[in-house]
Write a protein that binds this ligand. Structure first.
Ligand code: PLP
Length: 392
């Protein structure tokens, strides 16, 4: 009888991957499925980025790189953060990792242990709660409410801090809601955090380029009063349509960078070299493809919100960022998980139940609009017809 550690029994998952597998299986059996489930751009990685990786391979970049990432890439990250957020970042505090997820995994491993409390957004990216539970720490949800546009409330977050709180996880623009927390609320939170110097902050800003209506991104790096305890998570997956390349980074406080780098050395050694060269090309090359993608998402956002709002029993707030909508389905009388299953099986539309993102997601569905306007319209028509013909 094998005896794995208890922690592995506490780890969760990301059900978007399960829905994707089910959708693919249905498609293989001949069904037409429109996938509004998975959170990845439906665009190709821009060609100049692909070329940089191919060239790196041809030029013989086949070996290990420094564990924290090649210097030119970390310098490009620092320059990009300076250009976008107006902050000075020491490239030595940048840790390049295989995907955005790795920074959150390391941050939670560094702070999580039995007796520690970690605050995380609910509904939120499911891996936060999963890894907190894995470490044996207590996962304390920060409820995100529709009436606040799914932004967090500073007062609410601050009220949940105790002497055993080690880490607060924040995410704006947010998955799964598309919610964006306004600067005034972030200002209030930071002012309050000054009174809690024992608390670190993991700011997941992976959607920082995906903002609409002329909004400017608020980065937690912009607050000098908490800079020595902010871990910034960002990466290439969403911005440059590079989800499969596995490339992300963290900007770490000086007191944590060595521990985080050791985790990298113990875990994956370094990100593969050609992908790092692709990352440099992405940050330093032309940005038109990013702008084109965001313009396309903006159009789809309006199309999907209007279509959802027209469905009986469904209402949808206009998201300010990312590429998700989080419609309220409570008035249909169908629970979120059942709705997810039935829309997939009976209507041919893949969506994700709000409860996959925490218990405060009951009564909601997540739809990704990283799909063509035509497919979005067809999916909405399928949902409308299904709602009209269902008998239970
Ligand atoms: N953070 C959030 C909020 C996300 O939605 C995702 C991916 O969906 C990630 C991090 C992870 O990104 P990556 O695919 O680069 O690991």
């Amino acid at each position: 009888m094998l005896r794995p550690a208890a922690a592995i029994g506490r780890i969760g998952t990301e059900s978007a991957f399960e829905v994707l597998a089910r959708a693919k299986a249905l498609e293989a059996s001949g069904r037409s499925i429109i996938n509004l489930g998975i959170g990845q751009p439906d665009f190709q990685t821009p060609p100049h980025i692909v070329e940089a990786a191919v060239k790196a391979l041809r030029d013989g970049h086949h070996g290990y790189t420094p564990a924290n990432g090649i210097a030119a890439l970390r310098e490009a990250v620092a320059a990009d953060l300076n250009a976008r957020h107006g902050v000075d970042v020491d490239p030595d505090l940048v840790l390049v990792v295989p995907g955005g997820k790795v920074t959150m995994f390391f941050a939670v491993l560094i702070f999580g242990e039995p007796g520690a409390e970690i605050l995380y957004p609910d509904p939120g990216f499911p891996i936060y709660e999963s890894v907190i539970n894995f470490t044996g720490a207590t996962a304390v949800p920060i409820p995100l409410l529709e009436k606040n546009g799914f932004a967090f409330s500073a007062e609410d977050v601050l009220s949940r801090i105790t002497p055993t709180t080690r880490l607060i996880i924040l995410n704006s623009p947010a998955n799964p809601t598309g919610g964006v927390t306004p600067r005034a609320e972030v200002d209030r939170l930071v002012a309050g955090l000054v009174r809690h110097p024992h608390v670190a902050i993991l700011s997941d800003e992976i959607y920082s380029r995906m903002l609409y209506d002329g909004q400017r991104h608020v980065s937690l790096l912009q607050y000098p009063e908490i800079r020595d305890r902010v871990i910034l998570l960002d990466g290439w997956s969403k911005t440059y349509a590079m989800t499969g390349w596995r490339l992300g980074y963290g900007v770490w406080p000086r007191s944590l960078i060595e521990g985080a780098t050791r985790l990298a050395i113990n875990c994956h050694s370094c990100v593969n070299a050609p992908t790092q060269y692709a990352g440099i090309a992405a940050l330093t090359g032309p940005q038109e493809s990013v702008e084109r993608m965001i313009t396309a998402f903006d159009e789809r956002r309006r199309v999907i919100v209007a279509a959802l709002d027209a469905l009986p029993g469904i209402s949808c707030v206009m998201p300010g960022g990312a590429f998700y909508v989080f419609p309220n389905i409570a008035a249909t009388g169908i629970a979120a998980k059942e709705m997810e299953t039935r829309l997939l099986e009976e209507a041919g539309v893949a969506t994700i139940a709000g409860t996959s993102f925490g218990r405060h997601g009951e009564g909601y569905l997540r739809l990704s609009y990283a799909n063509s306007v035509e497919n979005i319209r067809t999916a909405m028509a399928r949902i409308r017809d299904w709602l009209a013909r269902r008998t239970t």
